[in-house]
Design a protein around this ligand. Sequence first.
Ligand SMILES: *Cc1c(COP(=O)(O)O)cnc(C)c1O
Length: 388
Amino acid sequence: MLICSSLDEVKRRETALRFIAALVNQEGRSCLYDLSGLAGGFPVKKSDLNLLETYSGPAIFELNLQKEGKKHLAGEKVAAFNRTSAAILAAILALVKPGEEVLHYLPELPSHPSIPRSAKLRGASYREFDNLPDFQLSDETALVIITGSTMDHQVLPLNDFKRIIKISHQQQIPVLVDDASGARIRTVIYNQPRALDMGADLVVTSTDKLMNGPRAGLMAGKATLINRIKDKAHQFGLEAQPPIVAGIVRALEDFNPQRLLDSLDRRDKLNIMARNVMDGVEKTPTGIMISAKNLEKEITSKEGTTTLSARELATLMAMILLKEHHIVTIPAVGMPGVSATIRLDLAALDAGRVDDNQIINALKDSLKRVREIVNDDEACLSLLYEGI
Ligand SMILES: *Cc1c(COP(=O)(O)O)cnc(C)c1O
């Protein structure tokens, strides 16, 4: 086994970041193509920087956060957190007591680890479903969470959405929608309503997913609930600090849904080209992806069995894309437990600087390289954990 624990994943991530640092220091940022769709932009203006030094800045950023946040997500009140995971933790701490239950519905398993982990930390029980007939509240259910769009950008059908909100509200249970990417994918690409417009009580989104903002969580919803969640957030240091709030506000102001729509034509073209390289390529709402399972199928169909897991194969391929082709994808740089799907996001800012042939050559070459090294432990370990 190459990746045995989350500690190994921390090591893999540090290797990837060290490589990126060395490359950017030597050759400049323009040699790197971040197609993760999570670039974490920080589009503040000069005038914002002066305000960071005064007490008035945070007051003004907060005012604009309310204005821009409500425009994006609707709701009575908005709050910003260090991460979407932090917002989810604060919500579970505030709304669920030990011994109660968090019920989670999502279009397709696996769920984002922040939800089960937060429930566990709270001493709450946790159940998750991706199949509507199985979804049933219990006497202990205190919070229902719906994931609007999964880490792999699987989107929940509108009818399921409405049905779960209805079932939960019949029992007076609040509904939080984890719309980390969904607040844009669902609305802009699938023309679905915003979560709060469908009757959810709370929604949270990531301001670096399909928009050019800092990695942070933006939550909106009923003021009474937001107040309780903010209170918990302050107790545990989960709230976003003023500089991040300034970045969130500017990213919301700059957000342009047209850029997402423009990526669709290019995606269709690239998808056809990529399927010639490998059968298992699939479309995403704004790009293409290779799931770890499909990569495993591709490799075992030609090479026979391998002792490596699907996750290990995908991580190897992502590290080759990074080290050889300077293309950043999530399995290389993501946190422990992150999805092992290799996703190339054409709505990413850097996608404008890399052409389709360059992407296809990178896919071809990295697939070939994975095949060459699957049975060479030393080469695999060095790829994952060594090098500048
Ligand atoms: C990305 C994501 C999160 C967590 O966002 P972080 O910024 O990593 O905290 C939670 N849920 C879903 C569905 C996500 O896609």
